[in-house]
Design a protein around this ligand. Structure first.
Ligand SMILES: [Zn+2]
Length: 439
C-alpha cells in the first residue's frame, strides 16, 4: 500500500486579472482556500446569489474547443487550464471565484495559474486524499481516431501522441505528472488552433478575446504566434495539459497510466465519465452490508412515517445508514410471499425489474424528504435513465438499495443515482429524476 497522502488547499487567497477569451471582457479571478472534501468549486461573483458550480463531470455541458461546466442556467467556460494547474500542483480543495463566465485566458497556457497557486501557497490538510486506482484496463475511442487507454500503474502517468491534419505536427511525449515536472515542462505550453477551425469563429465574432497573444495559430505548415514556440513539441504538451484538466472533473486523483492518441476534450470527458461510473460501482459494493440495530438508520415504522406506500407496494423494509444527507442505503428482503411472484412467473419466480426501480425510487424519496424536511410535499418520479438489469433477483434475496442524490435543482427537481446489490453484486442500476408537488 502506498503511504497515505493528505488533501491540500491553498494557504491564502490570491488573485489574477485578465481578459475572457469568448467575450473579451475583463475578468478578475480569486483563488481561495476551502475545507477538506470540498473539491474545486467555481463561484460566479457577478451573478445574483453568487451561485457555485462543482468542478465535477456530472456538470459538464459542452466540450467544443473548451470545457464548459454548469448547473441550471449558470455556466463557466474554459475551465480546463486552471483545473489542470490545480490538479497537477496538488490542490484538492479551493474556491475559484470569478466576476465573469470564464477565467482570464492569459497566454493560453496554464502558466498564469501555476504562478497564482504559488503566490497563494499550497498547504496540507488533515484528511487523506481519495484516489481512483486503475485495476483493469479501460478505454474510450471515437470514430475520428481519438483513443484513450487507462492502464494500472502506481503513479499518475500520461503518454500522448498528437497529430494534426494529414498527420502534420505529429508529436509524442511520455511523463509522470508531478508538480515540478508540470510546472517546468507542461504548464507553459500554449493553446494551439488550426486556422481553418477558428476563421469562422473570428468571422462570427465568437472569440472576441482571442489573439496571437493567447494562442498559436497553425495555417498550413506555418506556425503563427506572438512569441516563438516554447518547446519544439509544444502541441503535445498542451494536449497533456488539457487531459489533466479534463480528468480533474473526476474529483479524485488517478493512479494509472493514460495512453492517449489524438485526444480532445470530448474523449477526455468520456474517460472521466467512465472512471466516475466505475468508482460509483465500487463504492456501492464497498458500502457496509450488515443490518444495524441501533441509531443511524430508520426502522420500518419510521420508513412508513415518511413513505405513503403500504403492502404490497412498500419496497423498503428499513434504512440501514445515511452516509451524508445525500446518500443512504435501504434494505428490502424479498420473500416468496411477494404477490408478484405468483404471476412472474408461475413455477419460476423472478422479481420484476420495475419493482427494483420502484425500490430505488422509494429509497431516493426518503433522501428527498430529509432534504425538504416536510411530508406535506411529495417527490414524484418523472423519468429513469441508464436503467440496467444485470442479474435476476429471486425469493430469499436481500436487496441493498443504494441511493445518492446527484443534483437537486432548487425546490422543484432532483436527480438520484441508484443501485441494487444482492450478495455483493450489482443486480440493477438507474438514474432517477423527481419533481416535488404538494400532497
Ligand atoms: Zn487547452
Amino acid at each position: 500500500m502506498p503511504a497515505p497522502e493528505f488533501q491540500h488547499t491553498v494557504a491564502k487567497t490570491a488573485s489574477l486579472s485578465g481578459t475572457a477569451l469568448h467575450t473579451g471582457d475583463k475578468v478578475t479571478l480569486k483563488l481561495q482556500p476551502a475545507p477538506v472534501d470540498h473539491g474545486i468549486k467555481f463561484k460566479r461573483k457577478d451573478l445574483q446569489d453568487e451561485p457555485t458550480i462543482d468542478a465535477k463531470i456530472e456538470n459538464l455541458k459542452t466540450v467544443e474547443r473548451a470545457t464548459t461546466i454548469g448547473e441550471g442556467s449558470v455556466r463557466v467556460h474554459t475551465v480546463e487550464h486552471i483545473l489542470s494547474a490545480l490538479s497537477a500542483m496538488g490542490v484538492d480543495n479551493a474556491v475559484v471565484e470569478m466576476d465573469a463566465n470564464e477565467p482570464p485566458i492569459g497566454d493560453g497556457s496554464a502558466q498564469p495559474y501555476v504562478d497564482l497557486i504559488k503566490k497563494a501557497g499550497v498547504t496540507a490538510q488533515d484528511e487523506p486524499r481519495s484516489f481512483f486506482d486503475v485495476r483493469e484496463p479501460m478505454h474510450v475511442e471515437t470514430k475520428t481516431g481519438a483513443l484513450l487507454v487507462l492502464l494500472p500503474d502506481n503513479k499518475f502517468r500520461i503518454s500522448c501522441t498528437q497529430a494534426g491534419p494529414n498527420n502534420r505536427f505529429t508529436q509524442f511525449l511520455s511523463m509522470e505528472v508531478t508538480p515540478a515536472y508540470f510546472e517546468r515542462e507542461i504548464a507553459p505550453a500554449r493553446t494551439f488552433v488550426y486556422y481553418e477551425d477558428v476563421k469562422p469563429l473570428m468571422d462570427k465574432n465568437l472569440i472576441k478575446g482571442g489573439s496571437l497573444e493567447n494562442a498559436i495559430v497553425v495555417r498550413g505548415d506555418a506556425v503563427l504566434s506572438k512569441e516563438p514556440l516554447r518547446f519544439s513539441d509544444e502541441f503535445v504538451r498542451h494536449k497533456i495539459l488539457d487531459i489533466i484538466g479534463d480528468l480533474a472533473l473526476v474529483g479524485r486523483r488517478i493512479r494509472g497510466h493514460i495512453v492517449a492518441v489524438k485526444p480532445g476534450h470530448a474523449t477526455n470527458a468520456d474517460l472521466a465519465r467512465s472512471i466516475v461510473r466505475e468508482q460509483t460501482r465500487r463504492s456501492a459494493l464497498a458500502a457496509p452490508r450488515t443490518i444495524p440495530s441501533g441509531d443511524g438508520g430508520l426502522d420500518p415504522d419510521q420508513v412508513m412515517e415518511i413513505l405513503p406506500h403500504r403492502f404490497p407496494f412498500l419496497m423498503v423494509d428499513r434504512i440501514i445508514s445515511f452516509e451524508t444527507d445525500t446518500k443512504c442505503v435501504g434494505v428490502k428482503t424479498v420473500t416468496i410471499n411477494e404477490p408478484f411472484f405468483q404471476g412472474h412467473f408461475p413455477g419460476h419466480p423472478v422479481m420484476p425489474g420495475v419493482m427494483q426501480i420502484e425500490a430505488m425510487a422509494q429509497v431516493a424519496s426518503i433522501l428527498l424528504f430529509k432534504l425538504a424536511k416536510t411530508t406535506s410535499r411529495i417527490g414524484y418520479f418523472m423519468s429513469a435513465d441508464g436503467v440496467k438489469f444485470r442479474k435476476p433477483v429471486l425469493p430469499g434475496d436481500t436487496i441493498f438499495v443504494h441511493a445518492e442524490l446527484t443534483k437537486s435543482r432548487g425546490e422543484r427537481l432532483a436527480k438520484a443515482k441508484c443501485h441494487c446489490v444482492v450478495n455483493d453484486a450489482i443486480v440493477s442500476e438507474a438514474e432517477l429524476m423527481f419533481t416535488f408537488l404538494d400532497k
